[in-house]
Design a protein around this ligand. Structure first.
Ligand code: ATP
Ligand code: MG
Length: 389
């Protein structure tokens, strides 16, 4: 088992820099997800940690020691790819046994038929069987070991690939979008399995995904990578509730956070769609944006500073509903999450008034960086702590 350190790592392909100096420390046994949009450099960073790709500058440490220039096999990490990379002509058992046979058998002992004449083959094969079956039990796939990949479902193939990683007893697991080939339902199931596996093995996991829901549900910490920069690293709750950049706010959370055009006045007061909100920013005068999560919006009486809009679409998810509405004065549509009771007969085409508690608003400067904002001082604050627009 090992902690992993990435220290000011940059990577360029020709004249294009794809990683701009990444530093990240992952504790022994931690589950860290690397998330970000397609092309932001997630796989490149994982491949650099694995030793499959050299970094342009910076250092990688595994278990406290520098591994720059060390061959992948000597880093003792197991990598699971999106494509699984199973041998189609081998059974699940033999696929899982591959790294063990490579390590524990001599060239003679691996030859067809002749191998059984070589001394020690039987004993080693017995030990290998024990290890493969132990991994298969952990993954609940003992009864599938005789099948070839073509006879397995996507999720079962995924388990074989993970099994092959487990038997190597690596000091850390690197997983690159391992679930992206699976259908939505199986993905949800497999993410529970992977989280349980992590708890059972107590090993370090680095998990690459562009699915924020996967990252939110499985990780101890999430590292958000955007355009080659590590924009924020934090627990799922931190990146969701306290995004430090508008790109993080928009990437994490489904449905997406609502972003309203705003302005920070010269006295620091924040106007949303031209009306004062009751929030004051600490700095950064000028154009800004206010983010409000769909669950922070609530229906209110019209007038008295409420945002006015018209319902354009309703998604009924059973226990809750997503109400899409066009907001007067704003270009982008907004989404509000309501339960059945709060709907109260609301239908497409209806007028709607909404507000939000000031604590539910996140303010971002024009450049996208988070701006500290607080409610007006109590004596100047409105009686009710809501945004008045
Ligand atoms: N061998 C290479 N040569 C040139 N450019 C590359 C190479 N490998 C990756 N890139 C570029 O580096 C950038 C980052 O690629 P990377 O595969 O790390 O992205 P990613 O975040 O894993 O994306 P995805 O979510 O689509 O898998 C991309 O713009 C990609 O085109
Ligand atoms: Mg990738």
């Amino acid at each position: 088992m090992a902690d992993i350190g990435v220290d000011r790592v940059t990577k360029s392909f020709g004249s294009t820099q794809v990683l701009n100096g990444i530093s990240l420390d992952i504790r022994d046994g931690e589950f860290v997800s690397l998330v970000g949009p397609s092309g932001c450099g997630k796989s490149t960073l994982l491949r650099i940690i694995a030793g499959l790709e050299p970094q342009t500058a910076g250092h990688v440490r595994i278990g406290g020691g520098l591994v720059d220039g060390m061959r992948p096999s000597r880093r003792n990490l197991a990598m699971v790819f999106q494509s699984y990379a199973l041998y189609p002509h081998l059974t699940a058992y033999d696929n899982i046994a591959v790294p063990l046979r490579m390590r524990q058998l001599t060239a003679w002992q691996r030859l067809p038929l002749i191998r059984w004449l070589a001394p020690g083959t039987r004993a080693t094969e017995r030990a290998i069987r024990e290890q493969v079956e132990q991994a298969a039990d952990l993954l609940g796939m003992r009864d599938l070991l005789h099948r070839k990949p073509g006879q397995l479902s996507g999720g079962q193939r995924q388990r074989v690939a993970v099994g092959r990683a487990i038997v190597r007893e690596p000091s850390a697991f690197l997983l690159d979008e391992p679930l992206s080939n699976l259908d939505a339902k199986l993905r949800v199931h497999m993410r529970t399995e992977i989280a349980q596996l992590h708890r059972a093995l107590e090993a370090t996991f680095i998990y690459v995904t562009h699915d924020q829901a996967e990252a939110m549900t499985m990780s101890d910490r999430i590292a958000v990578l955007m355009d080659g920069d590590l924009v924020q690293v934090g627990t799922p709750a931190e990146v969701y509730n306290d995004p430090q950049d508008i790109r993080v706010a928009e990437f994490i959370g489904s449905p997406k956070i609502n972003v309203f055009p705003a302005e920070i006045r010269s006295d620091g007061g924040i106007d949303l769609l031209g009306q004062p909100t009751g929030l004051v920013a600490e700095a950064d005068r000028g154009e800004a944006r206010v983010g409000v999560r769909p669950e922070a919006l609530r229906r209110t009486k019209s007038g008295d500073g409420a945002l006015a809009g018209t319902v354009t679409h309703v998604e009924n998810l059973g226990a809750e509903l997503m109400v899409h509405f066009a907001l007067e004065g704003a270009e982008a549509p907004a989404i509000m999450r309501l339960d059945q009771a709060a709907m109260n007969g609301l239908a497409i085409g209806d007028s709607i008034s909404v507000d939000f508690p000031l604590a539910g608003a996140r303010v971002f400067a024009r450049c996208g960086a988070r701006v500290a904002a607080r409610p007006l001082s109590p004596e100047r604050a409105p009686a009710k702590q809501v945004a008045h627009v």
